[in-house]
Design a protein around this ligand. Structure first.
Ligand code: GDP
Ligand code: MG
Length: 724
């Protein structure tokens, strides 16, 4: 009895059921984080002990089900089947029992010894509902314990139960068979006998589970069986016959019928163990949902909400934007006043301060947008967005689950493209990756803010920018449709839609999530934007000695002389002083035009001429390949051509207004920025995630082409209907 014993347990459960919180509460600091072999899904392992028993704990990836539709599901069930943990602890969000029990039924089918951790029991209590844990445990043959993860409540009880179950001493534990009804059972029994004889990698799989999964056409399992020799192949033939038979009987795929049976079983359990909250408190979530996920109003409300987010972003962002603007101007003024004239001063003031400063101004907008997105996510509304958009997503050959990576694309396309890993089929993934860059990432926001600030009235700005985002969505749908009919034929795989209950997000959680996303921008400003600004400054400053069309210096000197004589003109606007300023601007403009960057722009100009973009815009778009914010800093550098002494300069916006751009071409420019490839970082991620140069090249190529076509269409159609 005193001999050191050890056992291994795995934590399974839906995402957000509190698995990781419980894991941390159980293992404390004694854990380490790695990856599951061969995939990029996080694996957490740790230990604890109870009365001399060492308990190893593994945190399985969060899943709603144990089909083979996603990497997470495959990792979780492989671990349970192949590594055979002594006990599987199913962490359940008790305030959401019905949805969570679906996974329990599948864990039971895997033949594991299961202990149910009824977590979030505090939230359950708040709703006024209650669960009869004892009855639940007896019905499922798996004891249930209440826990509150972040408070550590119930952990000791949970661990004691786990040890008892592992040692075979718990009276409740028994194998419960989930009934599928006479007809299906009559096929399951003989097939299960056959499955028992299969030699699946020499690991005994639960035979009834093998049969059920094979009948459900579970690819992972079918591959395993077909590789197990001749008996496996014959078994699969029989499975196929039975599938056909069941199909003709029910007029539906067997997997659909089987899923219905599991839900039926769950509904039955619920009736026995779950007491609904008193009527007046009946799930506020449901009431909210009756509006927010309403068949007709749902989508309009969703768009209204997104539109509101943009309004908020710009209304609240305006004041801090002015402060940062003033701050940058002050720094620039300070540097100009205190540095000796020359190249170094120009690098600091015209290159770095004006390049980095022009992006820094947009930090408030970006942080407010991120804060709004975090709020929608933490409150549970984002999941509804996936639900609402499911129908729309089907239009483009994907389903609602693929909407989450698309939403994340509004933040940053790189992690969003990585998030497509949760999609089941390769086809779904590639399709999602191809259209993701059309979701306007926040790096593009500074460009929109700048341009709308220059060419549209402040009251219109939010709506104009919203329309750009909408354009991205519409194009994503169009391209998705096109691709799923041409290069990526097929249809989306089915999945269970998850609707977590609404929660009021905590301020702390909001701040953490906002900061996690926003800090990337701060890092970028010190990195790629700083370097980009220096490179662009260099290209626009050299060569220094260029031949100008006339001798500006001599002309300036002449006017200066005149001014010295006629002192009455000094300081008066629109006169000699002004003339000098104009001459200096003209000189500087011509010099930049003849610099390296100007020459590059001129080479590119013909490509953009049909879009009515000038060479400065061309250069901006070119440098934007590195990162979208650089479009703004490039313009910052290219247009900061006024004399430095001019402290009253109204900056980039004023310079843009004086350029050849019109509201129409500026809108086409924004559309171009929206559509063509987001940035080098995203291209690298696409390369990694598709593992194919061909798809990467396709993604970049189609985007540039589409950008050109759409911008062209905007300019042409716009001038036709008299907007130009
Ligand atoms: P996982 O996705 O299953 O690993 O879930 P996490 O452990 O990350 O938890 C998701 C959220 O639920 C976190 O914000 C936790 O603080 C919270 N949480 C975890 N356990 C409980 C609980 O028992 N009660 C309540 N109210 N919240 C909890
Ligand atoms: Mg987790």
């Amino acid at each position: 009895m005193n001999q050191a014993k050890s056992l291994r347990i795995a934590l399974a459960g839906n995402p957000n059921s509190g698995k990781t919180t419980l894991f941390n509460a159980i293992t404390g600091a004694r854990h380490h984080v790695g990856n599951w072999p061969g995939v990029t899904v996080e694996k957490k392992e740790g230990t604890t002990s109870l009365n001399g028993v060492v308990i190893d704990v593994v945190d399985l990836p969060g899943t709603y089900s144990l089909t083979a539709y996603s990497i997470e599901e495959i990792v979780a069930r492989r671990f349970i089947v192949h590594d055979k943990p002594d006990v599987v602890v199913h962490v359940i969000d008790a305030s959401n029992l019905e949805r969570n029990l679906f996974l329990t039924t599948q864990l039971l089918q895997l033949g594991s010894k299961v202990v149910l951790a009824l977590n979030m029991s505090d939230a359950l209590e708040q709703t006024g509902a209650s669960i009869d844990a004892h009855k639940l445990g007896s019905l499922l043959g798996a004891p249930a314990v209440f826990t509150v993860g972040h408070k550590g409540a119930g952990i000791a009880d949970l661990l004691e139960t786990v040890v008892e179950v592992a040692e075979g001493k718990h009276p409740m534990v028994r194998q419960v068979r989930i009934p599928y009804g006479h007809e299906i059972e009559s096929h399951l029994d003989p097939l299960t006998e056959r499955a028992e004889a299969l030699d699946l990698f020499e690991i005994p799989h639960p035979p009834r589970w093998v049969t059920i999964k094979a009948l459900e056409n579970d690819q992972e399992l079918i591959d395993e069986v077909s590789e197990s020799g001749e008996s496996g192949v014959r078994f699969l033939e029989e499975i196929k016959e039975t599938r056909d038979h069941l199909y003709s009987l029910y007029g539906e795929e067997p997997e659909t019928v089987f899923t219905e049976r599991l839900y039926g079983f769950v509904a039955g359990i619920l009736k026995e163990v779950y007491t609904e909250p008193p009527l007046d408190r009946i799930s506020r979530s449901d009431q909210i949902d009756s509006v927010l996920t309403h068949k007709i109003f749902g989508l309009p409300v969703f768009f209204l909400m997104v539109w509101g987010v943009f309004q908020l972003t710009f209304a609240v962002g305006a004041a801090p934007m002015d402060w940062i603007d003033a701050f940058v101007a002050w720094i620039a003024g300070f540097a100009s006043a205190n540095m000796d004239d020359g190249l170094f001063k120009s690098l600091i003031v015209d290159g770095i301060i004006s390049g980095v400063g022009s992006v820094m101004i947009f930090l408030p907008n970006i942080f407010i947008l991120f804060m709004c997105i975090s709020f929608l996510e933490d409150s549970g509304y984002m999941a509804r967005a996936a639900f609402l958009t499911d129908r729309v997503m089907h239009l483009l050959g994907l389903h609602g689950k693929a909407f989450i990576p698309m939403l994340m694309g509004f933040g940053c396309n790189a992690p969003a493209i990585m998030a497509t890993r949760t999609l089941e089929s390769e086809r779904d993934r590639i399709l999602s990756i191809l259209i993701n860059p059309l979701m306007s990432c926040s790096a593009r926001l500074p460009v929109y803010v700048l341009i709308t600030g220059a060419f549209f009235a402040p009251e219109q700005a939010g709506t104009v920018i919203f329309s750009i985002y909408l354009l991205g969505l519409v194009l994503a749908i169009a391209m998705g449709r096109l691709f799923s009919k041409t290069v990526l034929p097929g249809k989306a795989a089915p999945f269970v839609m998850e609707l977590p209950p609404y929660r009021l997000p905590t301020g702390r959680g909001l701040l953490i999530h906002t900061w996690d996303r926003g800090k990337i921008f701060i890092r970028k400003m010190g990195g790629v934007i700083l370097v980009g600004s220096i490179v662009i400054w260099t290209l626009s400053t050299f060569p220094q000695e260029v031949e100008l069309s006339k001798d500006y210096d001599a002309e300036i000197a002449r006017v200066q002389e005149q001014l010295d004589v006629d002192t009455s003109q000094q300081g008066a606007n629109g006169t000699l002083d002004q003339k000098i300023a104009d001459l200096e601007i003209a000189k500087e403009s011509e010099r930049v035009e003849k610099s390296y960057i100007g020459r590059i722009g001129k080479v590119l100009e013909p490509v953009f001429r049909p879009l009515e973009f000038d060479w400065r815009s061309a250069v901006g778009l070119l440098t934007g390949f590195v990162a979208k914010e650089i479009v703004v800093s490039t313009m910052g550098v290219l247009y900061q051509v006024g004399p430095e002494e001019d402290e009253e300069s109204e900056g980039l916006i004023e310079a843009l207004r004086n350029s050849d751009m019109t509201p129409l071409t500026s809108y086409a420019f924004m559309a171009f920025v929206l559509i063509y490839t987001p940035c080098l970082g995203t291209i690298a991620v696409i390369r990694r995630e598709t593992n194919s140069l061909k798809w990467t090249a396709f993604s970049v190529g189609y985007a540039v082409l589409l950008a050109w076509i759409v911008a062209f269409a905007i300019v042409r159609v716009g001038s036709l209907i008299g907007l130009g």
